[in-house]
Design a protein around this ligand. Structure first.
Ligand code: NAP
Ligand code: ZN
Ligand code: ZN
Length: 352
């Protein structure tokens, strides 16, 4: 077994703290990665604090993982020692169901094995995430990162990137369309960059007027302040697609008025109740849809990384040391990050 150091939550109320645990030695199809950087996703915070009532402790969060390959099993074909590699939200799936066979492992009928807050498929062993120094993953669930990319700013692509890229592709966002990205955090700012790169007219839809100044940097064409009813009314019935990244229950009805006939708002942020729930009228008059989307499959995750390399897209980041992870969580809750915290894993080597 490999002895690995990391940071863990021991229950929903405690701060994350140093934690040492074991990972398997790489098998024939495994890749061992020295983790260099790990993004902090709002899902890490939700799960560390048991917001979704399914948390398993001790929990080492982190599913925006990038690092250097240090060892590969004998049957590994796609990666070699020294390559840069990424691991996102999944480390396994059944590999036999129609979703897995269709490159949609995230919708595996027998549940994907999540990178943390899950059990391995064949044992009661908990999975542990990227707030740690090493990870061992089957090569099917590892993507290759081109050496030319800025690795620190690539880390958030492994969750925030694919979670926004996948629905924009699924709903065929492109030139001639007006697309709204709701909520300008880790996911939302990637959504703006992707929608722009795909050729759409992009509107940042935010509750934070202060973020409007960043519109040009991120690539948005317009900014819409969602708390301004007059501004919302001026955009009514004009959007071809909305991507909603708001992390908590909220009233979706005002956003639905923005859609054109037959169009869709895809939810990626809120996993719990919508409060108040959507009204029938918000969908019926205009034959509109509310849909949802989870991350993306492994082939699409590699496609997204390659799209980013081609278009010069990375995340806007603020680096933090692992010792500051609890403070970073507090700032994330206060909406005080532009736009993604990334942990420099070298900080683990400093005295805890
Ligand atoms: P984040 O960085 O905290 O960003 C969320 C943004 O939503 C905030 O920056 C804020 O933007 C807006 N917001 C926050 N609270 C709000 C409220 N009460 N009402 C309206 N707007 C609000 O979070 P993230 O990392 O992007 O994650 C967003 C959500 O996606 C989380 O719930 C996470 O668990 C989920 N997620 C889902 C998937 C998936 O596969 N579906 C994958 C990853 C994450 P403004 O200041 O611009 O309003
Ligand atoms: Zn995430
Ligand atoms: Zn499956």
């Amino acid at each position: 077994m490999l002895k690995v150091r990391g940071y863990a939550a021991k229950d929903a109320a405690s701060a994350l703290a140093p934690f040492t645990f074991e990972r398997r030695e790489p098998g024939p199809r495994d890749v061992q990665i020295e983790i260099l950087y790990c993004g902090i996703c709002h899902s890490d915070l939700h799960q560390a604090r048991n917001d979704w009532s399914n948390s398993l402790y001790p929990m080492v969060p982190g599913h925006e993982i990038v690092g250097r390959v240090v060892r590969v099993g004998a049957e590994v074909t796609n990666l070699r020692e020294g390559d840069y590699a990424g691991v996102g939200c999944m480390v396994d799936s059944c590999r036999g169901c129609s979703a897995c066979n269709g490159n949609l492992e995230q919708y595996c009928q027998f549940n994907a094995t999540w990178t943390y807050n899950a059990k391995e498929r064949d044992s009661e062993q908990l999975t542990f995430g990227g707030y740690s120094e090493q990870i061992v993953v089957d090569e099917h669930f590892v993507v290759k990162i081109p050496k030319t990319m800025n690795l620190k700013a690539v880390a958030p692509l492994l969750c925030a990137g694919i979670t926004t890229y996948s629905p924009l592709r699924h709903w065929k966002v492109g030139p001639g369309q007006k697309v709204g990205i709701i909520g300008l955090g880790g996911l939302g700012h990637m959504g703006v960059k992707f929608a722009k790169a795909m050729g759409a007219h992009v509107v940042m839809i935010t509750t934070s007027p202060g973020k409007g100044k960043d519109a040009t940097l991120l690539g948005a064409d317009e900014v819409l302040i969602s708390t301004d009813p007059k501004a919302m009314a001026a955009h009514a019935g004009s959007f071809d697609f909305l991507l909603n990244t708001i992390p908590v229950g909220h009233d979706v009805n005002p956003y639905m008025t923005l859609l054109k006939l037959d169009r869709t708002m895809a939810l990626v942020g809120v996993l719990t109740e919508l409060t108040p729930p959507p009204t029938g009228i918000s969908m019926i008059f205009g034959r509109k849809s509310i849909a949802g989307s989870a991350i993306g499959g492994m082939a699409e995750t590699q496609e997204m990384i390659d799209f980013c390399a081609e278009h010069g897209i990375v995340s806007e980041i603020e680096m933090v040391a692992i010792q500051s992870v609890n403070e970073a969580y507090e700032r994330l809750l206060k909406n005080d990050v532009k736009y993604r915290f990334v942990i420099d894993m070298a900080s683990l080597k400093q005295a805890a």
